[in-house]
Design a protein around this ligand. Sequence first.
Ligand SMILES: Cc1ncc(COP(=O)(O)O)c(C=O)c1O
Length: 349
Amino acid sequence: MGTIKLPKKSIKFFKTNQNKIFKSGKLAEGPWNSKLSEKIKSITNSKNAIPVNSNGSGLTALLLIYKEYYGRTDIMIQSNTMYGVKVITKTAGYNLVDYIDCRLETLMPNFEDLKKAVDHYNNKTEKLVIMLSDIGGIINPDIKKISEFCKEKNIILIEDSAHSFGSTLNNKFSGTFGNAGVYSYYSTKAIFAGEGGIVVTNDNNLAELIKDFIAYDRFKQKMEIGCNFRLAELQALMIYSVVKEYREIIKNKSKIANKYSKICDKLKIKYISQKTDIITGNYYKFILISPNKKISELLPKVKTITSKVYDYSLGNSTQIPSQHLCLPIWYNLEKSISNKVVKELLLSK
Ligand SMILES: Cc1ncc(COP(=O)(O)O)c(C=O)c1O
């Protein structure tokens, strides 16, 4: 097992405060859930932030609530996303009516792809939820246009922001463009703490329903659906400890990305940029793309890689798995690894 790559300040903060949790005896539903919620609200400018035990449980809670209280029965997701996102739709009892095509330039759908899918949809849009996943650390560049379109058509838009905590588009944070968004702090993510998720929404009614749902509505006893999707206090502290250093984590990763970008620019290798005039990503992945042939043919010597996003397609975008790869990029990545990557890139061209 390797060392966990977290900022020293995060580990110290966790260790200092964990004893307070033991002394207080409040291992669940205590102050760290509230502190974490306040922290996320202040970072993302979201009106509500509800900690849950995973991104998946947050998405499932949202879908079940939209079915029970808002009459939604149908859902579309994008072709290029984690297999579990598809599983969630069935788990929540939805009809998965379409997979929206994705583009190699972003690994996500653009506005036209989404509009095409909605134009083909032959039911009332008041029945529809669209759940879009940010891929690789950046927000879907068309999300504002998509969000306005969904509003106009009365479609519920959920942002699966599992990859994109801390990322912005025109200074607006991921998760805040649609009706609700959900972050993930699972071990492999850019800003990670082991497990956990947070639902963000500006809709106060929805937020109240989520808060009650994740505790079986056992206090008010008005709802007929619910479960325990709560986040444990120790885990809330763990996420808080990491989240408070999120800028440092992104800054550290951006230096590694700059090293890769420089060499890619020189060799004319295409990659998905995480820093433009409007985009600031969290550098979850550093993604190289090959528009015309398999990436393994374009860059045969590049072997120091991490897992793709993704190596399968749920719908039509079948070229994506073979035409991209991801370079290693994590907080405090060893220089020997990034040097090896640079060497392999140079050998490939
Ligand atoms: C796109 C996407 N959505 C959702 C999830 C689920 O996140 P979690 O493991 O926190 O439930 C993941 C995590 O792997 C993911 O990659």
